[in-house]
Design a protein. Structure first.
Length: 198
């Protein structure tokens, strides 16, 4: 198992495919061990690295939303190698189109790791899918240190994404139904949201 996960890390690095940083991966693994989700939704699966790590840490089944066909091919091979295929459902296509098709389902854990510039548009599609005791973890909200207050945006091409991520964080924090913790210190920054108890 460990070798297969290591091979995935090497493959991702060689092909410059972004995958969860070690802190973020370990946070997800610990969350899965602690909360024991039965159903997980992942937006942005790439080659299946974070999904595999989560599945190997609990008994859940996972629904993976991924737009890239080449990534899906590799992810399927990796799930097969790890004996996880039976626990994975892959939903192929742009998550803005595919997430509404999941309406009616509820997930115990949602990991948002798709297109960073679309997080504010994705959030309203995810919240109806988050179970009563569910947890929403969103990755890269620090965006290489550019999102936290007072940080400089190092390149013009990142301006829009950084603003969208700031909007996303505001949307989470201003949502009176959610409790949200922001952890800029974990990986590339993660947020962790749960429903506020009434
Ligand atoms: C950061 S990678 C995911 C990494 C993965 N979660 C991991 O840690 O192993 C982001 C993925 O989101 C996918 N993606 C980008 N835009 C998307 C969209 N609109 N709908 C679905 N997936 C998308 C990309 O193809 C890419 O594979």
């Amino acid at each position: 198992m460990i070798n297969i996960l290591k091979d995935m890390e090497v493959f991702a690095k060689e092909r410059k495919i972004p995958i969860a940083l070690p802190d973020t991966r370990d946070f997800l693994k610990n969350l899965c061990k602690e909360k024991k989700p039965k159903t997980i939704l992942e937006v942005g699966t790439a080659i299946g690295y974070s999904a595999s790590n989560m599945l190997l840490s609990c008994d859940a089944v996972i629904t993976c939303c991924e737009a890239s066909k080449p990534n899906i091919v590799i992810a399927k091979q990796n799930f097969e190698k790890l004996g996880l295929t039976q626990r994975v459902k892959i939903v192929e296509g742009d998550c803005l189109k595919t997430l509404p098709t999941l309406l009616g389902q509820k997930f115990d854990l949602i990991f948002l790791d798709g297109p960073k510039g679309l997080y504010p548009q994705i959030l309203p599609l995810l919240l109806p899918l988050l179970g009563e005791n569910g947890t929403l973890v969103s990755d890269n909200i620090g965006f290489r240190g550019m999102v936290s207050k007072g940080s400089e945006i190092t390149e013009n091409r990142f301006v829009k994404t950084v603003h969208e991520l700031q909007t996303f964080i505001n949307d989470l924090q201003n949502n009176k139904n959610l409790n949200t913790e922001i952890h800029f210190e974990i990986g590339d920054g993660i947020s962790v949201s749960t429903w506020r108890k009434k």
